[in-house]
Structures are given as C-alpha cells and as structure tokens.
Design a protein around this ligand. Structure first.
Ligand SMILES: Nc1ncnc2c1ncn2[C@@H]1O[C@H](COP(=O)(O)OP(=O)(O)O)[C@@H](O)[C@H]1O
Ligand SMILES: [Mg+2]
Length: 374
C-alpha cells in the first residue's frame, strides 16, 4: 500500500502539524524517566502514528506500538510493562506508542486505567498515547496526567504537496486538477488522499480527471453534505448556487437532498414555506426539462433550488444539522440495505482485528479492496 510505502522516513518528509511537531520535539528532547506522556488526538490520517515512526526511524530508536489487539490479557500488558523497563537489544533507546488507548483500557481483564497509570509511572522510556476521543470520561485520570497534543486536518496545500511528491516517485503524471481534486475530497485526511491516489493511479503513466470517476461513493456523499450546509447556512445567493457546482451528483439528485432537509434546517414556518415555494418553482422547470428536454431551463431550476432555498431564511441557524439521505433515493437505490450490510461486515472485521470499526474502515478496508481486485 502506498500509505505504508510512502510513510515519512524522517521528519523532513512529514508535512504540516507544525505545532504538534514542535511540542513533540520539545518533550522528547528533554524527556527523563518519571516525565508524563503525551496524548495525541485529532482526525484520522493526519500523522499521529507516523510522526512517532518517522522520528524513531530518523533517530534509530526501537519503536514499539501497542494496540488493543496486542493486549488481550493482564499477562500481555505485563510483558509490555516489562519491556518499558528493559534496555533495548540493538538500538540505543526506545519509544512506546499506545494506539486507541480507549480500546486498551476498555479490556477489563487488563485492569483498566490503573494498570496503564502504573506502567507509565515506572517506564524508563518515553510513551505516547493516542486517543480517538480524549474527552471520553474513561480517560479522565490519564488526561489529567498527560500533555494533550492536537493534530489538525492537513491543509489542502500540504496534501497536494505530498501527493505530488508521491507521483514523482511513482513516475506518474497527473493532470493538475487531479491532485487538486483529490486533495479537496480528502477533507484533510492524508491517508485517504494517498489511498485514493493509489486507486486511480496504480500502474498508470498519466492520470486524468476522468480517472477520478472510479472513486467510490464516500467522497461524493461527503461533498453533498457540505453543499447542503452551504446552501442552508449561507446568506449569499451566489454562494448557494456555486455550492453544487463541485458536487459530483446531478442537480436532479441534489434536488431530492434539498427537499428532504429543508424542515431539518429551518424552524420558522414561514421560512419553511418560502423554501418549499422556491423548490416548487424549481420543480416546474425540472418537469419541463424532463418532459420536453428544455435544457435551457436547467439554470433556472438550479437557481431556485439553491439560491431560492438559501434566501428563504431570515438568519442562519447556528446549529449542527445531520442532513438526511433522501428517502426516495433509499427506495430507489437500496443503499440503506447495502449500508446496513456494510456496517455488519465492519463490525465482524473489527471483532477479528481487535480494533474499532472506524479503524477497519480507514486502515484495513482500502487494503482489502486492493486485495479483492487483484
Ligand atoms: N503529516 C503527514 N506527513 C506525511 N505523511 C502523512 C502525514 N499524515 C499522514 N501521512 C500518511 O498517511 C498515512 C497514515 O498516517 P497515520 O500517521 O497513520 O495517521 P493517524 O493520524 O490516523 O495515526 C501514513 O502512513 C502516511 O503515509
Ligand atoms: Mg494511527
């Protein structure tokens, strides 16, 4: 997998996260036994794991990573605890990483937080913890002990930079918009961006925007949610109109998404009425386009359903709305069943792999997909 092949081998190759890197370096350089661990958190694919790997490789340290699947018993944790007190065999020092710490302390057999706190206190080497959610009440005592280090989404610019570098090393030449587009749909997740790049680029000398079509449903779905957010929240008609131009779904389908979510977003009856009014006019044009192939009406339809709906409100609602999948599409597309099946499969895999379904999705699934293709 390219995410592994192109994992940074030194801090020079590590992009972005300046603040986290600085905090980490300051901590590691002055670390002595008895010092407290760092607790990394932040969205997936932003370098939490590979920062430590890159540093260990650069400094020739023994890197020992532990996750929930390695710690199935109190005995297993003891072995790791012992290792935190033993000198390394070949290298001059060690660094420990506990990934998805919630999963590790969640194993009752292990003795939970207490056992980890004990291990940390006695360790002769620096330890870094990674949490999915550092505010989890289970983690309170650990959180109080640790210095929290936030990893942020990686900027589009840095994602582009890394993707370009990988293309160079692979000897493929993407069109400029390909890299831009991949960076955009990754939403700050570099792992996802590299996986997508691998999917479209493997074995190709040239990559065109056309090749991006084979990317799955995930990215598109995310961007339709984003488009809805813009349409419903913005006060600018033009912004609402432009919002759908980057969505890889046709206006007919976006129409259904908007229709299904008006009453989710807007609360005042007159606003809901105004929004549906705009939408009903858009619907007239939609019918004309459908029945008479009057394509010139498409612009009116789009203006009404985006700008029209966005102007229906008096002021933006400052609330988080979980936009719903259009019910018509569920009936038509059977996606609900597919998703339920997917969830079931993910749970099964998560159980086998001893990690969260979220990790299965982000780290194992791309690999399995490639395996399944070959
Ligand atoms: N900041 C970064 N610089 C360079 N590569 C990165 C960075 N963040 C992620 N990657 C790439 O994405 C992959 C997954 O990153 P990882 O550190 O495992 O993410 P997570 O934050 O989920 O632990 C890495 O193997 C690497 O190829
Ligand atoms: Mg990780």
């Amino acid at each position: 997998m390219w995410t592994i092949e192109y994992r940074p081998k030194s801090l020079k190759e590590f992009v972005n996260q300046q603040e986290a890197v600085n905090t980490f370096l300051r901590w590691i350089k002055s670390w002595k036994p008895g010092d407290n661990p760092l607790l990394f958190y932040g969205p997936p694919g932003t370098g939490k794991t590979c920062l430590i790997q890159a540093y260990a490789q650069e400094k020739n340290l023994e890197f020992i990573e532990t996750n929930a699947s390695d710690v199935r018993s109190a005995k297993a944790l003891e072995t790791i605890a012992t290792s935190t007190q033993q000198r390394p065999f070949l290298k001059k020092s060690k660094i420990f990483l506990f990934d998805e710490i919630e999963g590790i302390i969640g194993r009752v057999e292990v003795g939970g937080v207490r056992a980890i706190l004990e291990l940390i206190k006695k360790s002769s080497f620096p330890i870094v913890l990674i949490a999915n959610n550092p505010w989890d009440p289970k983690l309170r005592s650990l959180r109080e002990l640790c210095k929290l280090v936030e990893f942020k989404k990686i900027s589009i610019w840095d994602i582009e930079k890394r993707l370009k570098r990988i293309c160079e090393l692979e000897g493929t030449k993407p069109e400029k918009e390909v890299i831009r587009e991949l960076a955009k749909i990754s939403k700050g997740d570099l792992r996802a961006a590299i996986n997508d790049l691998e999917t479209v680029a493997r074995g190709k000398k040239k990559i065109t925007v056309e090749d991006l079509k084979i990317l799955g449903f995930r990215e598109k779905e995310i961007s339709v949610f984003d488009a809805l957010k813009i349409i419903f929240k913005t006060e600018k008609a033009l912004a609402a109109k432009l919002a759908i131009s980057n969505v890889d779904k046709d206006p007919e389908e976006i129409f259904l998404w908007i229709e299904n979510n008006i009453a989710n977003e807007y609360e005042k009856p007159e606003e809901i009425a105004n929004a549906y009014d705009a939408l009903s006019k858009a619907d007239l044009f939609r019918q004309w386009i459908r029945l008479r192939q009057e394509w010139r009406f498409k612009g009116y339809m789009i203006d009404l359903m985006t700008a029209g709906v966005s102007q229906a409100k008096k002021a933006m609602y400052r609330k988080f709305v979980k936009y719903k999948y259009p019910s018509k599409l569920i009936v038509l597309g059977r996606t609900k069943i597919e998703r339920a099946e997917e969830k079931e499969k993910l749970l099964e895999l998560a159980k086998q792999l001893h990690c969260s379904t979220r990790k299965v999705r982000s780290e194992f699934l791309p690999y399995l997909k490639i395996l399944a293709k070959t």
